[in-house]
Design a protein around this ligand. Structure first.
Ligand code: SF4
Length: 686
């Protein structure tokens, strides 16, 4: 696995209006699989443009429209410039400026009080995905929380069910990387829309199509890639497991299962065959609300074509059956005998491929309680053993992103809760803070950008000075450790010291390659062939198709289907997929065109609704008000609001999460965003 890095040199690009500019190389560490190399144009010490660079051959010089706008976050009106202390009611957003010393002093006193009254576990650190960088997440922050004995956080908003399935089946074996997509003769994009998220897959898919590959899209929406696809299955949300099991049944029943491969490389094939038995093509098609002929065509194509590649996305996991759906989808290449050739197998997060054990965190074994982040609302309003006295939020915006938004907001409004928000901009959550600490963005500090689609790592470096009084995570968590008397002799002192410590702790020669970064490294990571170059990281290096521990933990066992939670009152499935505007919720503060609910024309007609009508989307948990888009690009019975919205994006200050239950997926304890069942009506007629 190779490492990409380019030296910290500045290359003048010539004079433009307004004075000389320079172009600075860095990389994007945001929560996206691709980890683009970036060329940032700086003028008078300020970022004036962001673009892709060629240093990372996989991301090939282009970036998403989202990060092109990142300068608007750095210098925008929402940027937090100095620490502040609340002076209004919670949620009101009235603060008075404070010094760092004053703000940290206040936090320390509340930490100490919480520990004395209810123990360290009454402090709940809450972070997720605002950065995937090795310096800004799971670093000195974790060190601090461990030494404090704070509650531990189970990060479950994304990738928990798919991660659990991948771990159980394959021990998170490295998967097919983008560069090998063109070798495939069949590509299945299952529950993923790379036109808006992980965009660098798209050129590789197109290249494969040019070479004759068939493309299958499984998505309730007719996405940009679904239009030219050979087969598009617009499945009902939550039914992917039934579709995958029907393909298994087809493979077993028609002599397409690779029995020799299964005997040599897998356990549990018989149990999987047994569980797939009830899922005829017709039954699965009926449950999923799709055409049986199209499903059979997919099964036949998958059986007959090789190399065949399945990209397992995160869209299929966000429901009650998400873990079993991921299990059934990921088991397909084993049963179909699709491994062992370039472009064949499965493709998903390669995050674990680096085998980074984070030795810099220290060896302290945590034993404190675990709080599932999907249950934040419950934790803040119900937990009493111990209660949550202090909430410390960083790298995330739970007021907008966590299921059961009403309960989360009720919890955040608790007068006896002390909330710290360490953030770059005034988020929905920051409005509820008692103390705000301003954080640097990735353009103002160092980090390591680790891709989890391709296998590459790059050094991200500051391209401009810090804005206002913002500080990097390393400085703040390091200082909190020191002030609490928890600092140890070999702890790093500040960001640069931490950077060196991380370099030294990276596996193999990765650190050395990065530190010798005055030369660009030529390749962007390996492109391993599964069952040739890499094998399952399980105890016996075999695939476990029926892991006993998971069978015991799933509510109905493995490869089972839990029926749709729709009712007569709330018959519509609400999905909230990734959009081309935000990275999770990052950049949600930027102005955007009206957010709308997308609904199929048949459903709109049935409710007397028309394009542009202001509608209420509601269930027993809450409601969202916004205009309506009527489009045949979404299947009947399903409606869609974008993921990552901030409260300012809708007419009544609620987002899709207000309608999402905080129930958990069958495996992995993940969030069930797409199990929201709703009704839609005209707001004017309400
Ligand atoms: S968010 Fe993804 S596509 Fe956009 S710049 Fe960052 S790595 Fe590239």
């Amino acid at each position: 696995m190779a490492v990409l890095v380019k030296a910290a040199g500045k290359k003048p690009r010539g004079a433009v209006l307004g004075g000389p500019t320079s172009v600075v190389d860095t990389a994007c560490p945001l929560d996206c699989p691709d980890a683009c190399s970036l060329a940032v144009t700086v003028q008078h010490g300020k970022v004036v443009a962001l673009d892709g660079s060629q240093r990372n051959p996989v991301t090939a010089g282009f970036i998403c429209a989202k990060v092109r706008r990142f300068g608007e976050r750095v210098y925008g009106p929402d940027r937090l410039l100095h620490p502040a202390v609340r002076k209004g009611r919670k949620g009101e957003g009235r603060f008075k400026r404070a010094s760092w010393d004053e703000a940290l002093g206040l936090i320390i006193s509340r930490f100490e009080r919480a520990r004395a009254e209810h123990g360290g576990a009454s402090i709940l650190p809450y972070s997720y995905g605002g950065s995937n960088g090795l310096l800004t997440q799971d670093n000195l922050d974790t060190t601090l929380w461990r030494r404090l004995g704070a509650s531990r956080l189970a990060r479950t908003l994304c990738a928990a069910p798919t991660g659990a399935a991948n771990q159980a089946l394959y021990g998170k074996m490295p998967s097919v990387t983008y560069q090998d997509y063109p070798a495939a003769k069949l590509i299945v994009l299952w529950g993923i829309n790379p036109s808006v998220s992980g965009i660098h897959i798209v050129p590789y898919v197109r290249e494969a199509q040019k070479h004759g590959a068939a493309l299958i899209i499984i998505d309730p929406r007719t996405t940009a890639l679904a239009r030219p696809a050979d087969v598009h299955l617009a499945v009902r949300p939550g039914t992917d497991v039934a579709v995958a099991l029907a393909i298994h049944r087809y493979l077993f029943a028609n002599g397409h299962a690779d029995e020799a491969f299964l005997r040599t490389h897998a356990h549990g094939a018989d149990r999987l065959r047994e569980r797939s038995e009830p899922w005829t093509i017709e039954r699965a098609a009926e449950v999923a609300g799709i055409d049986a002929t199209a499903l059979e065509q997919l099964a036949r194509l998958y059986a007959e074509r090789s190399p065949a590649l399945i990209r397992c996305g995160w869209g299929l996991e966000r429901n009650r059956n998400g873990g079993n759906a991921a299990m059934a989808v990921l088991a397909l290449p084993a049963v179909g005998g699709k491994f062992g050739v370039r472009g064949g197998g499965y493709s998903m997060s390669n995050s674990a491929s680096w085998n980074i054990t984070r030795p810099w965190i220290g060896a302290d074994e945590p034993t404190s309680r675990v709080v599932n982040m999907t249950h934040l609302g419950r934790a803040l309003t119900e937990y009493d053993d111990p209660p949550v006295d202090v909430l410390f939020v960083y790298n995330c915006n739970p007021a907008a992103t966590v299921p059961d938004q009403s309960r989360v907001l009720r919890g955040l409004a608790r007068e006896d809760l002390f909330t710290v928000v360490f953030e770059q901009v005034m988020t929905d959550t920051a409005l509820y803070a008692d103390v705000i600490l301003p954080a640097t963005t990735f353009l103002e500090g160092y980090d390591f950008a680790k891709a989890y689609g391709p296998i590459s790592m790059q050094l991200a470096r500051p391209v401009v000075d810090t804005v206002g009084e913002a500080r990097p995570n390393a400085d703040v968590f390091g200082e909190l450790c020191a002030r609490l008397g928890l600092r140890r002799e070999d702890d790093p002192e500040g960001e640069l010291d931490l950077l060196v410590q991380v370099l030294n702790g990276l596996p193999g020669t990765i650190g050395a390659d990065l530190s010798a970064g005055h030369r660009p490294l030529p390749a962007c990571g390996a492109a391993p062939v599964q069952f040739v170059d890499v094998f399952p990281n399980t105890a016996d290096r075999k695939i476990d198709l029926f892991p006993a521990a998971l069978e015991a933990s799933a509510p109905m066992g493995l490869y089972r289907f839990q029926p749709d939670p729709a009712t007569d009152r709330y018959p519509l499935s609400l999905i909230s997929p990734a959009s081309d505007r935000t990275i999770s919720s990052t950049l949600g503060e930027l102005p955007r065109p009206d957010v709308t609910l997308t609904m199929h024309p048949d459903e709109a007609r049935a409710r007397g609704l028309e394009e542009g009508d202001l509608v209420r989307i509601f269930n027993d948990l809450g409601e969202v008000h916004c205009p309506l888009t009527v489009a045949a690009s979404i299947r009947p019975g399903t409606v869609s609001l974008p993921k990552g919205l901030w409260r300012r994006s809708t007419a009544n200050g609620s987002t899709a999460t207000v309608l999402a239950p905080d129930t958990l997926t069958d495996l992995g304890g993940g969030a069930c965003f797409n199990d929201a069942r709703v009704q839609v009506a005209s707001l004017a007629r309400a």
